[in-house]
Design a protein around this ligand. Structure first.
Ligand code: SF4
Length: 338
C-alpha cells in the first residue's frame, strides 16, 4: 500500500511565503522531520545526487512550494482546450513515464500557492470562448493527487468549475487519496479518469504507485460521489500473455462498475529516441520493450518521431479492446483506442 506522500525536503520560493498557503505549509513542515530550503530567485537548487538514478530519486522526494509566474495556459489538444497549471511533477516512478523526458534530471514536484490567480485566469479564458464550453486538463504535466493534501488545488478547481456553465474539468490519476474530493459541489462538471494497467505491467514498471485493487476502490468512491468516471488503459504493452491479462482487467472493471456509465481511453505503448535515452540513464536495466526494429517509426506533430507498434500488432490490439469493451460497456463507452 502506498502511504501519503511525505517529502524528504521542501523548497520554498521566497515569494510563496507571502501567500497564506505558503505560510501555512511552512509552519506545517517546520515541525516535521523534513529538510527545508529556500529559493530566492525561483531557481531550484540543493537537490543532491551523484548519478542520474540518485538525482531522479531525490527529485521525486522533493516538494517545491512556489508561484506559477506565467498565467498563459498551454493548449492541450485534442482532449481539452487548456492545461490548468496547478501542479507539475509526480511522486510515482513509472519507468515509461512521459514526464521522464520533460522534468529534467531532478524531477521535483511543484505546487503553486497562487491558485486563485490561476483560476481567475481560467475564468478569462472561459469568457473569451463563450458561449462555447472550455475544457481544462488538470494533469497534463503531473499526477495532482499525491500532493492534493498540501495544495488543495483540485478541491478548489473542482468547486470553481462546478459553478461555471461554460467549463468542464478533467484530470487523470493513478493515486487513491481521494477522500478530500468526495462530497464536493462538482455539479457533474469534472470527469476523473483512473489510469489502469494489467497487474503484470503495474508490478513490473509502475513503481511507487497504488495497486490495481486500490485504484479500483478509489474509482468506486469517486463514482459513488457522482463524478463522471473514466478509465485510461495505458500504456498497453503487447507481451506474451497480454490478451489474457487485459481481459482480466476489463472483466474486473465490469464487475465493479457495471452500473455506471464509463468512458475509456486506450493507448498503446510508444516511445521516442530521446525518451529511450533518458529512461536508460535512470533505469539502465529496464525491461521496457524499446527495440526500434520491432516497431514502426511514425513522424510526430512536433518534428520528432515516435516508435509505435507495427501495423498488424496495432490492428490486433485495437480489435481486441474494441470488441471486449463494446461487449461489456457498449460502443459509446470508447473515446479512442490508439
Ligand atoms: S503516475 Fe503517471 S505521472 Fe506519475 S510517474 Fe507514473 S506515469 Fe508518470
Amino acid at each position: 500500500m502506498i502511504s501519503m506522500f511525505k517529502p524528504k525536503r521542501v523548497i520554498f520560493e521566497e515569494k510563496a511565503l507571502d501567500y497564506k498557503m505558503g505560510e501555512d505549509l511552512f509552519y506545517k513542515f517546520k515541525d516535521e522531520d523534513v529538510e527545508i530550503l529556500y529559493s530566492k530567485s525561483g531557481r531550484i537548487t540543493g537537490i543532491p545526487g551523484k548519478d542520474s538514478s540518485q538525482m531522479y530519486g531525490e527529485g521525486k522526494n522533493t516538494l517545491v512550494v512556489g508561484i506559477r509566474k506565467s498565467l498563459k495556459f498551454e493548449s492541450c489538444k485534442p482532449s481539452a482546450h487548456y492545461q490548468l497549471p496547478i501542479v507539475s511533477g509526480c511522486t510515482g516512478m513509472c519507468e515509461y513515464c512521459y514526464l521522464n523526458t520533460q522534468m529534467g534530471k531532478k524531477p521535483y514536484i511543484k505546487i503553486h500557492v497562487n491558485i486563485d490567480d490561476i483560476l481567475n485566469r481560467a475564468e478569462e479564458y472561459i469568457e473569451e470562448r463563450k458561449p462555447e464550453v472550455t475544457i481544462f486538463e488538470g494533469s497534463a504535466t503531473s499526477d495532482p493527487i499525491p500532493v492534493e493534501k498540501y495544495s488543495g488545488a483540485l478541491k478548489k478547481s473542482i468547486e470553481f468549475f462546478g459553478e461555471n456553465d461554460y467549463a468542464l474539468f478533467r484530470f487523470v490519476t493513478k493515486y487513491t487519496d481521494v477522500e478530500d474530493l468526495l462530497n464536493l459541489k462538482h455539479n457533474g462538471k469534472t470527469i476523473i479518469r483512473f489510469s489502469l494497467n494489467s497487474e503484470t505491467i503495474i508490478n513490473r514498471y509502475e513503481h511507487k504507485t497504488p495497486s490495481l485493487e486500490e485504484r479500483l476502490l478509489a474509482a468506486k468512491k469517486i463514482g459513488e460521489s457522482g463524478y463522471l468516471l473514466g478509465f485510461i488503459i495505458a500504456p498497453v504493452f503487447l507481451y506474451e500473455d497480454w490478451k489474457k491479462d487485459y481481459l482480466e482487467l476489463i472483466n474486473k472493471i465490469y464487475y465493479n462498475f457495471r452500473d455506471l456509465e464509463l468512458k475509456f481511453e486506450v493507448i498503446s505503448h510508444r516511445f521516442t529516441k530521446r525518451a529511450k535515452e533518458n529512461i536508460l540513464t535512470i533505469y539502465p536495466n529496464t525491461a521496457l520493450p524499446m527495440e526500434e526494429d520491432l516497431r514502426k517509426f511514425k513522424f510526430g506533430q512536433f518534428g520528432y518521431g515516435k516508435y509505435i507498434y507495427k501495423d498488424e500488432d496495432l490492428r490486433d490490439m485495437k480489435e481486441f479492446f474494441k470488441n471486449n469493451l463494446t461487449d461489456l460497456f457498449g460502443e459509446h463507452s470508447i473515446n479512442y483506442i490508439i
